[in-house]
Design a protein around this ligand. Structure first.
Ligand SMILES: [Zn+2]
Length: 309
């Protein structure tokens, strides 16, 4: 058995899997976001509950928003109390068992590459399009990792200059401190921001979809611009990694219109002779974080070194 936990900004999902990743139990609790001792206490209580359900102890894998920097320090997390904390080491001390910790986007890629839409491909590039944009590359079942755990943070590469020029777009401020990051255009929030730019009206992403499907011309123009920005961004990843497949997940991956338009949108930003790899929709949706965390938890229990990603 293994426990996979997915820490979100508002809730923590706890899932119990067999070693073949069959789901046995799942529940959720609110995330303590501002009180680190309370956060640790909440995790401990859920692991105790899982141990009691199973009648035994199992290793733990955790997916969280933020980067797990060298020495296990969590940085840049939107769960504020985790920043600058050695979350994995603190939980190992409390739980007295292997605890693996990883970035939720990277664990999405690992779960899709091993168990989901990327199964059977060697080089899987995974993309999450939700409130932010990020992902990673998995090669032969292993996440590609560098010394700073930054590989996959493509949302903070610059949006393509030719897209800015074509649609006369401003450079938006990004939460990371830079301006003009791709994420501020290609995330769900970015899509709503682009609609506001063209229409001078504020709409949620959900309302934008209704307007788009109802034939609203500004919403259609927004979609063209959005697809151009997304196509350029993913073409850059094709040029960097030449993946065998791209798996798309996150809230926007449910939009059929994006899947239909994406191959041509990427092709427009590749030079002649370069082709677009197969594009697939993620199989596990919102459950990919806990599955990826469980894979990592089992690997940590086996003594493999990538217990922090
Ligand atoms: Zn940024």
């Amino acid at each position: 058995m293994v426990y996979g936990l997915d820490i979100g900004g508002t809730k923590i999902e706890i899932a119990v899997f067999t070693e073949q990743f069959q789901l046995l139990e799942r529940w959720r609790v609110p995330t303590p976001t501002d009180d680190y001792p309370q956060f640790l206490q909440t995790i401990s209580a859920q692991i105790d509950k899982a141990d009691q359900l199973l009648g035994k102890r199992a290793p733990v894998g955790i997916a969280l928003p933020g980067v797990v920097a060298p020495q296990g320090l969590v940085i840049s997390s939107n769960v504020a109390c985790l920043n600058q904390r050695t979350v994995a080491a603190d939980l190992v001390a409390r739980l007295q068992r292997p605890v693996a910790l990883g970035n939720d986007c990277r664990l999405f890629v690992l779960s899709e590459a091993m168990l989901g839409a990327g199964r059977g491909y060697n080089k899987v590039f995974g993309v999450i399009l939700g409130t932010g944009a990020g992902g990673g590359l998995c090669v032969d079942g292993e996440l590609y990792q560098g010394p700073q755990q930054l590989a996959g943070e493509f949302g903070h590469q610059s949006v393509a200059g030719r897209v800015l020029a074509k649609y006369q777009l401003p450079l938006y401020d990004c939460g990371c401190g830079l301006k003009g990051c791709a994420e501020t255009y290609i995330s769900g929030t970015g899509l709503a921001r682009l609609y506001s730019h063209f229409s001078q009206q504020s709409l949620t992403t959900y309302d934008w979809i209704t307007a788009f499907r109802g034939g609203d011309m500004t919403a259609k123009h927004t979609f063209e611009c959005y697809m151009d920005a997304l196509g350029a961004c993913l073409a850059s990843q094709v040029l960097a990694y030449d993946p065998d497949v791209i798996v798309i997940g996150g809230g926007l991956s449910d939009l059929e219109e994006i899947h239909q338009a994406l191959p041509a949108a990427i092709a427009r930003h590749l030079f002649a002779g370069a082709s677009v790899p197969p594009l697939k929709t993620a199989e596990f949706g919102a459950a990919s974080g806990e599955r990826g965390a469980a894979i990592l938890g089992l690997r940590a229990a086996d003594g493999r070194r990538e217990s922090l990603i």
